[in-house]
Design a protein around this ligand. Structure first.
Ligand SMILES: *Cc1c(COP(=O)(O)O)cnc(C)c1O
Length: 233
């Protein structure tokens, strides 16, 4: 049987070692547990082990979980999957972070709809936004091109109900270290322009060490916590 608590402890140990190796502080790197396709019982185990940030890719699946886990009221839900325009309202109302923003129209919709939501629930903060960058520049992959970051960042910072937190990327399998360092460069440039930027969402179960060496501040870990996924939705 899978032991979520032990898996989280092992990942934290790996993060700690990567931080030490790269002269970074352990508390600079946030662990995002990616729970897509995994049942609530496992999410609850992770929660009991102290995990608070969870990532989901599929809106419908996520909403069911969010509703069923309402009693765990200090969870931060992060949306990390492709965004369809007809899902932005639900995303803007149910998540605290969105990592996968790659269209201007989506920025505008999330802003308007978060605004409407905040008008009703005035205690809700702006939605935290990361722009997804197609760092390996693969035509088939999601994300904006590096040269579009300025335009997109500006649009987010001009949106009253959104906070620009940073950049997200999914490097190609076996991408060279230079890809990661390029991402770090883009992130550092953005940071000098906007004081709200503090997040580089980079690194998954297989490339966590390379990502931390390149300055990642948020690693998105699924398999190494919850085990292999036996299906895709
Ligand atoms: C599924 C997924 C992850 C987690 O991947 P693992 O290899 O299982 O750690 C991270 N980020 C995104 C965007 C994902 O879709």
């Amino acid at each position: 049987m899978i032991n979520i608590k032990d898996n989280i402890a092992a990942i934290e140990q790996q993060i700690l070692q990567a931080c030490q190796k790269n002269d970074r502080k352990f508390n600079e790197v946030c662990l995002l547990a990616v729970s897509k396709t995994k049942p609530n019982a496992l999410i609850e185990q992770a929660y009991q082990a102290g995990q608070r940030h969870f990532g989901e890719n599929y809106c419908q699946e996520a909403l069911e979980k969010i509703n069923q886990l309402k009693h765990l009221n200090d969870i931060y839900w992060h949306f990390i999957g492709p965004i369809q325009s007809n899902k932005t309202k639900l995303i803007s109302e149910n998540f605290t972070w969105v990592h996968s923003v790659e269209r201007l129209k989506i920025i505008d919709r999330l802003n308007t709809q978060r605004g409407e939501y905040c008008a009703v629930y005035s205690d809700k903060p702006p939605l935290n936004i990361c722009l997804q960058v197609n760092i390996s520049q693969e035509p088939s992959k999601s994300g904006i091109m590096p040269e579009q970051v300025d335009e997109f960042a500006k649009r987010v910072t001009q949106s009253a109900h959104l906070t620009l937190r940073g950049l997200m990327a999914i490097p190609q399998k076996n991408a060279p270290t230079s890809t990661y360092l390029y991402m770090q460069d883009l992130y550092n440039q953005l940071k000098t322009q906007y004081s709200s930027v503090d997040t580089l969402s980079l690194g998954m179960s297989n490339d966590l060490d390379t990502a931390i060496a390149a300055g990642s501040t948020m690693v998105r870990i699924g398999t190494a916590i919850f085990g292999a996924r036996d299906y895709q939705i």
